[in-house]
Write a protein that binds this ligand. Sequence first.
Ligand code: ES4
Ligand code: ZN
Length: 317
Amino acid sequence: MPKAELHVHIEGTLEPGLAFALARRNGISLPYADEAALKAAYAFDSLQSFLDLYYACADVLRTREDFRDLMLAYLERAAADGVIHAEIFFDPQTHTARGIPFRTVLEGLEDGLAEGARRWGIGGRLILCFLRHLSEDECLAALDEAEPFIGRIHGFGLDSSERGHPPSKFARLFARCRALGKPVVAHAGEEGPPAYITEALDILGARRIDHGVRAVDDPAVLARLAREGVALTVCPLSNTRLCVFAEMSEHSLPQLLAAGARVTLNSDDPAYFGGYLNDNIRAVQAAFAFDAATWYRLARNSFEASFVTDAEKAGLI
Ligand code: ES4
Ligand code: ZN
């Protein structure tokens, strides 16, 4: 079934094989002996334990070609899963903090998008994510750096450590993003409370909520999401790997669907969490045995919640 993927971090698609190949190409060493040792470190007990490794591995990404190769590897894998459109997060601050120019990151990712469209017909857009563990002033400086390239950035998002970094910390930043005429999204209600979902909507003007799975902890928030048709980009394997839910059978996905929320399924950081989009779908089906109508609804939601305009959609599906 054709699908759109709306929640995937390009840095989270860095497979161990490519990480070691890029480390060799760039003459740098990873703090792991080999691919097996790196994979063995993929045992997380929280979002932070994952982020520590995710930022460490991103250090192998140095050149425009590295970012191109990373994007191309993701698009090949996504296309094989029936993804025909992807809205892809990137974290420029992770790279500019290491001295990699914003332009190098952007142009490499764009090279990959162009090549992926040629080879597999897959469409892709870039959503620039700000790192919420940093200060709002640091994020405003990152936006300054991105502004010369604004026509090549589809939207803005908010990711990294959620607890203790509420959306309200970034009110001025997202006001500027909206003033640039761009759609904004935010991670909220992954590890953080439902109140962060409300802040993302009311203070940041988020058009979609990334994760949002903890909305079930506040019936009023859940009812509002359903009433307003706010899309939730849910990432089931991410949530179980990061211990948001102990097991897939405990995931809030059936409650979100039953409440009428506009749920989409996504892979988040597929290299780290045990699989790409169809692996997520298989894991959900093994736990919940949804009927065909539910799967059709989920695929349809992915297009309806995308930032593709109606006119563009007419040509897409
Ligand atoms: C992330 Cl799973 C998750 N949550 C928040 N920020 C992230 N960045 C990459 N993956
Ligand atoms: Zn995410």
